[in-house]
Design a protein around this ligand. Structure first.
Ligand code: S3P
Length: 206
């Protein structure tokens, strides 16, 4: 049996979600929304799910209940995603793949796309951002570098598809993802390959 065939068969045994992972600022939400429109699937961001459930922002949650509490919620939400039988697109928080108990869960819930960026590219996108509690420190670029070094192996372990998303146009990234999915046997509507319009920023609602 060829490698490709073998890989394909094992992918068919996974859950049917499309899962986006990557560092903070890697474009999971924006790419997820476009893919939602193009693949006609609903898009969910697990951070938003946690915020809605707890009734506070992630920053507030870190402040009042601490990171450990937030990480427990991440795992809980991940289990719910695994049990969700309707194929959807899920974007996971940047730290979700780090936990050893989350990794096998992530690998079973669907096809996992890792949006990869260099630390300097993340910094360019996130300087001035106040919504990421982990980066509210004296040396955010240093923190991005050290976290990225620590996390990259986890992202790579979880990923089925790795896409460099640093300096590319969004359409190019979307096309790369759709091509990869098609190679894995996904049925992609032909119109999805057309360049994006304004409407493509609107995710599919259920
Ligand atoms: C985190 C990333 C954030 C959010 C929280 C912690 C992390 O999500 O879950 O601030 O540990 O990298 P985004 O990756 O969507 O910014």
């Amino acid at each position: 049996m060829s490698n490709t065939k073998h890989r394909k068969n094992s992918e068919y045994q996974k859950g049917g979600h499309l899962v986006l992972i990557g560092f903070m600022g890697s474009g999971k939400t924006s790419i997820g929304r476009s893919l939602s429109y193009k693949l006609k699937r609903a898009f969910y961001d697990t951070d938003k799910m946690i915020e809605e459930r707890e009734g506070v922002t992630i920053s507030e949650l870190f402040k009042t209940k601490g990171e450990k509490y937030f990480r427990e919620l991440e795992t809980q939400v991940l289990r719910e995603v695994r049990d969700d039988r309707i194929p959807r697109i899920y974007s996971l928080g940047g730290g979700t793949p780090v936990s050893l108990q989350n990794q096998p869960l992530i690998k079973t819930i669907g096809t996992v796309v890792y949006l990869r960026l260099q630390p300097e590219e993340v910094w360019e996108r996130l300087k001035g951002d106040t919504t990421r509690p982990l980066l509210q420190c004296d040396d955010p670029l240093g923190k991005i570098r050290s976290l990225m070094k620590l996390r990259s192996p986890a992202y790579e372990r979880c990923a089925d598809i790795i896409i460099d998303n640093g300096s590319k146009e969004r359409d190019e990234v979307i096309k790369e993802i759709l091509d990869e999915l098609q190679n894995r046997g996904w049925e992609i509507p032909p119109e999805s390959f057309k360049p994006s319009t304004e409407a493509d920023n609107t995710e599919n609602k259920e």
